[in-house]
Design a protein around this ligand. Structure first.
Ligand code: UGA
Length: 343
């Protein structure tokens, strides 16, 4: 099988590339702005990497859509701070650039595996979010935070509609995937990383962990190896099981409040060999208006139903919260120390 991955150096892209090259005989074509996270993988004989921008290198993309069997357009802005600060960049990249790709995949009769998101459910009140029944609940227009959710939801609907005209597709919805190289220390310095990397970077930089609006809001954290295992099942598509389906890929057992997350990471960091004995920064509370700006609104609970993923794909997550955080922390600290030593 030939797989085209756009955004191949991203968090999901580079973990997926490593798994495909290790476990299958598939060929990968990949594009991204850089190959930093990919490292040595970029030289693998079954991997054609090209440095490029999806909004510029359009001919390369169209040519490779024709060559590939399955296309994963993973390029997107996916950090809430940017949704609020630059909503039009989210629309242009996440929606417009991806729409062009969806249309080409349909035109050339190929299969698309599209990253939807847990965010499409928004402030849904269901105890468990169900792909086929839960309502998708967004806030008012002035709350720019929802532009990402709205762009992804619209693409889900467009892909679904093309599906009725013959497009082969699967939508998968990651629920707070975490792991090595989720976000860099550089984005964390600007305060625009996703929460796990933000808290780890704060500890590393000796700054207080900032818990937004009391920290009672909850997320289900999914270790990236589990998430990638689910995505591999989607790609392998045994007997066409994933065709035309939507799958939540999340870990309902790792359901924690943001405050609990802060406490767990603080404790792990305090005990970590590189830190033992030193003072650990405190946890402080901040207001979301100060932290993100007026356009922010939060999601209080977000638990996936994984019934479909279990029954149809034969997938379920295995990695506990403690192991997931430990591995993420270890990788972050090793990388931060190495880059500091290199400077
Ligand atoms: C994320 C992002 O939208 C996407 O990465 C993705 O599509 C999706 O959810 C997902 O990964 O499933 P969210 O979970 O709100 O959204 O993003 P985080 O930035 O990781 O924030 C999680 C929670 O931590 C929020 O309630 C936020 O207010 C809080 N937070 C964040 C803090 O309390 N302090 C911080 O320093 C950062």
């Amino acid at each position: 099988m030939k797989v085209l991955i756009l955004g191949v150096n991203g968090f999901i892209g580079h973990h997926l590339t490593a798994r495909i090259l290790k476990e299958t005989d598939w060929k990968i074509y990949g594009m991204d702005l850089s190959a930093e996270r990919l490292g040595k993988l970029a030289d693998h004989p079954r991997f054609d990497f090209v440095e490029g921008d999806i909004s510029i290198n359009k001919e390369w993309i169209e040519y490779h859509i024709k060559k590939a069997d399955v296309i994963l357009p993973l390029v997107a802005i996916a950090t809430p701070k940017v949704y609020v600060e630059r909503p039009l960049s989210v629309f242009e990249l996440d929606f417009e650039e991806n729409l062009r790709i969806v249309r080409q995949v349909h035109r050339y009769g190929k299969r698309i595996v599209f990253p939807s998101t847990s965010e499409v459910y928004g402030m849904c009140g269901d105890k468990e979010f169900d792909e086929e029944n839960s309502p998708l609940v967004l806030g008012p227009i002035a709350k720019e935070r929802w532009i990402y959710s709205c762009c992804k939801q619209m693409l889900d609907r467009v892909i679904w509609a093309y599906g009725r005209q013959g497009l082969a597709f699967t939508l998968f919805r990651p629920f707070n995937w975490i792991g090595p190289r989720l976000d860099s220390i550089e984005t964390a310095k600007e305060g625009s990383s996703r929460v796990v990397t933000q808290f780890i970077a704060d500890l590393y930089l000796g700054k207080p962990i900032q818990v937004v609006d009391g920290g009672e809001q909850r997320r289900c954290f999914t270790y990236v190896d589990d998430g990638i295992a689910g995505l591999m099942k989607v790609l392998a598509n045994k007997n066409g099981c994933a065709n035309g389906g939507i799958f939540n890929i999340g870990n309902p057992a790792n359901d924690h409040s943001v405050r609990e997350l802060a406490e767990m990471l603080r404790e792990l960091y305090a005990k970590h060999p590189r830190n033992r004995g030193k003072k650990v920064p405190p946890i402080i509370e901040v207001n979301s208006k100060q932290f993100y700006g007026e356009g922010y609104q939060d999601i209080q609970t977000r638990t996936p139903s994984i019934r479909r993923a279990k029954e149809i794909l034969g997938w379920e997550p295995k990695v506990s919260m403690k192991t997931a955080l430990k591995k993420t922390l270890d990788a972050f600290l090793a990388e931060a120390d190495a880059s500091r030593a290199g400077k």
